[in-house]
Design a protein. Structure first.
Lengths: 114, 114
């Protein structure tokens, strides 16, 4: 079946602009995760959704970052007033949560802030 | 907080050599442990996992044993191939107050020379 898909695959934006990154999880996966992969920070957890609910948003780097999930499916990660330090690959993953807990990762969105 | 300490790379080996990539962790409770692999140009894939102490995860000739007494989950392979060249990430899965996340090590880049 189809895996996790993310769009766009690449995004170049100017400092100060807002960007939206989209994640389509594997059909039927109730859990969805966002991570950021950057040279200086490695792989960093951002947020987790169970259904449409995110129990803890403290992993988001700043209040310029927000995420939502609708219909227990698609999720959007929004970065407002982008900064150069936001440049990274943003990864989305989904899982069935129980019983395997295995997270399946999408190919990522490479964000470059000029 | 939770953390994963992983052997720093890059690691370069000849084909058929024995591989060990060290991984130790700090976590409260009883985390599940994982090795993920990222082949060149591809997304993160689960390589193997172990969910409780003394479990051994194995896949594609790779093995890792969950050692609670030493808080370790070292990755081993008896005879590496050129196709094993990739970046390997050790990770632990925790659930705190309903928030599930993977905490990753910094990754170890492995290059196998024919």
């Amino acid at each position: 079946g189809a895996g996790v898909s993310q769009s766009p695959s690449n995004k170049v934006t100017e400092k100060g602009k807002d960007v939206e990154l989209r994640c389509d999880p594997i059909s039927g996966h109730t859990a969805l995760y966002w991570y950021r992969q950057s040279l200086g920070q490695g792989l960093e957890f951002l947020i987790y959704f169970q259904g449409n609910s995110a129990p803890d948003k403290s992993g988001l780097p700043s209040d310029r970052f927000s995420a939502e999930r609708t219909g227990g499916s698609v999720s959007t990660l929004t970065i407002q007033r982008t900064q150069q330090e936001d440049s990274a690959v943003y990864l989305c993953a989904s899982s069935l949560y129980y019983p395997t807990y295995e997270q399946f990762f999408g190919p990522g969105t490479r964000l470059t802030v000029l | 907080g939770d953390s994963v300490t992983q052997m720093e790379g890059p690691v370069t080996l000849s084909e058929e050599a024995f591989l060990t990539i060290n991984c130790t962790y700090t976590a409260t409770g009883y985390p599940s442990l994982f090795w993920y692999v990222q082949y060149p140009g591809e997304g993160l894939q689960l390589l193997l996992k172990a969910t409780k102490a003394d479990d051994k995860g194995s896949n594609k000739g790779f093995e890792a044993t969950y050692r609670k007494e030493t808080t370790s989950f070292h990755l081993e392979k008896g005879s590496v191939q050129v196709s094993d060249s990739a970046v390997y990430f050790c990770a632990l899965r925790t659930i705190n107050f309903g928030n599930e996340k993977l905490t990753f090590g910094t990754g170890t880049r492995l290059t196998i020379i024919p």
